[in-house]
Write a protein that binds this ligand. Structure first.
Ligand code: NAD
Length: 358
């Protein structure tokens, strides 16, 4: 990061970046609150060792901003935030104390930021946070939580795929017979493969884990290719469901698909690849517009009683319409889908701001 933190906040619209240091329990945390116009900033807590503090700040700010756009596009009364715990995600000794202390840090933010699981953290960690703070969601169903968000994330991505296919095929949204390459068959990827198999899609998967590959192949009839070979699979839809930034200057020339739609966050390294995707006539479904099933699911914990599975189902299925809107507006405005999705999110936030003005 070349700018100072306050300069970076001003440039990207962040309201607050908070640092917490409690060496006695090994806690070094950064919380980024991007925008709370629509509601409290909700986003996961990532536990990871970073090569430098600057990279951690850069990451947490980028992720928090993404959460703002994700929740705004999903129509949720939530803003965007994210937390990073700079620690080894495999930590065992002292883990409980660290997460309980993190709960106290959340209390200091007085509900402006609500945390949840993310990379490197689990429901068990979140339950420890819950012991010291109420500003956390993603708790298990036994404790009144909304449960595993991954099936909902997968359903949202599935709906986005149907919407993108409908754009290409004059409204015909079926994925039957469509060739889909799924990169990563973890929590979300495997649920997605299940939905695709039920629909009659022709699935190819890659993942470094042999066991998950065997399951995808034996249970859902997916073809399996080595990790790097997935980019060369001729397909209708390429679906990144593993890690970020896999749609880049090296992989795009190898893709032979007409749609990219997946669950992974930050699939593109930056806007420099927009033209490359356009030059290949690839429809890109912006990740934050289509992977909001998980945040829709955990948002019911913020909303409190009354909202249940039917509400989640309806909202996640609404990702079909959100995707259609983004793709149609992209055509109408003549700009890349990701740019337009950010604009639509900002428009919702601006409309809310102007309603609040006296
Ligand atoms: N879980 C959710 O509800 C949710 C919500 C929004 C976004 N996401 C994003 O979706 C992605 C998947 O989430 P998840 O919960 O399924 O994670 P996960 O860790 O359960 O699954 C990821 C899978 O990708 C595999 N993988 C790692 N590197 C790979 C590579 N180079 N090629 C192919 N496979 C590779 C892993 O072995 C693993 O099986 C992540 O980027 C996550 O941030 C998840």
């Amino acid at each position: 990061m070349t700018k100072s933190i306050l300069e970076a906040c001003a440039a990207r619209g962040h309201e607050q970046v908070a640092f917490f240091s409690y060496p006695d329990v090994g806690l070094k945390a950064i919380v980024a609150i991007h925008d709370t116009t629509l509601g409290p900033a909700l986003g996961g807590c990532r536990m990871r060792l970073y090569p430098s503090e600057a990279l951690a700040i850069e990451d947490v700010m980028r992720l928090a901003e993404g959460m703002t756009y994700k929740s705004a596009l999903a129509g949720l009364p939530l803003g965007g935030g994210k937390a990073i715990l700079m620690a080894d995600p495999e930590l065992i000794e002292g883990r409980e104390q660290l997460f309980k202390k993190f709960g106290e840090c959340l209390n200091a933010l007085a509900g402006r930021y609500i945390s949840a699981e993310d990379m490197g953290t689990s429901v068990r960690d979140i339950m420890w946070v819950k012991e010291t703070s109420s500003f956390v969601v993603g708790t298990d169903t036994k404790n009144g939580g909304a449960g595993d968000p991954s099936p909902w994330t997968a359903l949202g991505v599935f709906q986005a795929m149907r919407a993108a296919v409908a754009q290409l095929h004059g409204g015909e949204r079926s994925l039957k017979g469509k060739r889909v390459a799924v990169q990563g068959v973890g929590h979300v990827g495997m649920h997605l493969v299940e939905l695709l198999a039920k629909e009659g899609a022709l699935i190819t998967v890659s993942d470094p884990h042999e066991e998950t590959l065997r399951l995808a192949s034996s249970k859902y009839g997916a073809a399996v290719v080595p990790v790097d070979a997935i980019y060369d699979v001729p397909c209708d839809i390429f679906s990144p469901c593993a890690i970020g930034q896999t749609i880049n200057t090296n992989s795009i020339p190898r893709l032979s698909c007409s749609i990219v739609a997946g669950a992974a966050n930050n699939q593109l390294p930056d806007s420099s690849v927009y033209r490359l995707l356009e030059s290949k006539n690839i429809i890109y479904c912006p990740d934050f517009a289509i992977n909001s099933g998980g945040v829709i699911c955990v948002s019911v914990e913020v909303a409190g009683g009354g909202l249940g599975v039917p509400w989640i189902q309806k909202h996640v299925e609404g990702i079909f319409d959100t995707t259609t809107k983004v793709l149609e507006e992209s055509k109408r405005r003549g700009r890349f889908a990701e740019e337009v999705a950010i604009e639509l999110a900002k428009e919702r936030i601006a409309a809310s701001k102007s309603r609040k003005r006296p």
